[in-house]
Write a protein that binds this ligand. Structure first.
Ligand SMILES: O=C(O)CCC(=O)C(=O)O
Length: 304
């Protein structure tokens, strides 16, 4: 349970650097210390500042990038897909891997020009590729992890990149994920990140921060950063309803390099594995999605 007064909308401030509010937080999520100091963070990065923020702290928010109609459409399409039995169950949560392909009518979201521009800004280049990863989530609350695929401190080759920690956890981002949250966040259901953890291999968070956003904001983060979803509520908590209504989408892009291609290959193997539970391992690419990306000059990783 989180003993924290939520930050009200009116207290949120637009500025390039994270604003931090320190509160004592008690959390029951497994794998976390029972008491932890969280910093509550909101910020609005200009696109010109995003590359620097993602390189140094590992993540950045770009505010007001989707309009209300787009938020409404995306939310409606995802919830309808899950209500019709689409996706993979994780307990009560629902996840659709390769959502750009499998959620009818949603491919535009994963090629939205604001999403593409944010990824380009974070990577500091226009020459980016779609890695093949696109997810939709409802009610999902993953614990602390890295999307570089490194699962354990003892992972000598760091997950999807197949590199040693010395090689992987240095340097600017090669692969970034854009998160699209389709409701305003609260201190209970927000994304949490461990700033600067993209430059260290271990998964245990050092100074976790709550990332507070409004629906329509986008967040971009280096896949190496340690991050987590909503705090898992107690079984009888009123927060359970809010968690069930938490809907989000994620899409991953990288620089057009061999490292990104290695990441894509390994990450897509995992995605195919997940899909084999429901869709018979069907293709992860959607022709409409690819066309929308190509029209913006974004290629996609092709398995040879
Ligand atoms: O649900 C969230 O806020 C985070 C999702 C996440 O960790 C992921 O997609 O890797």
């Amino acid at each position: 349970m989180v003993a924290l007064t939520p930050l009200h909308q009116s207290q949120r401030t637009d500025c390039a650097r994270p604003i931090e509010y320190r509160r004592r937080v008690r959390t029951a999520q497994s794998g976390e210390p029972s008491t932890k100091e969280f910093s509550v963070t909101t910020m609005n990065a200009q696109l010109s500042e995003v590359a620097d923020l993602v390189s140094t702290v590992g993540w950045a928010i770009a505010k007001n990038r989707l309009d209300p109609d787009q938020i409404h459409s995306a939310r409606t399409l995802i919830t309808a897909h899950f209500a019709a039995g689409g996706g993979v169950l994780h307990g009560e949560a629902q996840v659709q891997p390769a959502a750009a392909h499998f959620v009818p009518g949603l491919s535009w979201l994963y090629a939205h020009p604001q999403v593409v521009e944010l990824a380009r800004s974070a990577l500091g280049t226009r020459d980016i590729i779609f890695t093949g990863h696109s997810d939709a989530h409802q009610g999902f609350a993953p614990g602390w992890h890295k999307d570089s695929g490194s699962e354990a401190l003892g992972d000598s080759l760091c997950g999807y990149f197949g590199e040693s920690p010395e090689e992987l956890f240095t340097g600017p981002p090669e692969v970034v994920k854009v998160g699209i949250y389709l409701q305003d966040s609260t201190s209970d259901n927000c994304l949490r990140v461990d700033p600067k953890s993209h430059l260290r291999p271990h998964v245990q968070p050092v100074s976790p921060a709550q990332v507070l956003m409004d629906a329509g904001d986008l967040v971009v983060f280096d896949v190496r950063i340690t991050h987590a979803g909503a705090v898992t509520p107690e079984p009888d908590s009123p927060q359970l309803t809010a968690l069930r209504e938490r809907v989000s989408a994620f899409v991953t892009f990288g620089r057009n390099t061999q490292r990104t291609k290695r990441f894509s290959q390994a990450n897509m193997a995992r995605q195919r594995d997940q899909l084999s539970q429901t869709e018979g391992g069907a293709p992860a690419a959607d022709a409409g999605h690819v066309a929308l990306l190509v029209s913006q000059g974004v290629g996609q990783w092709q398995e040879s």
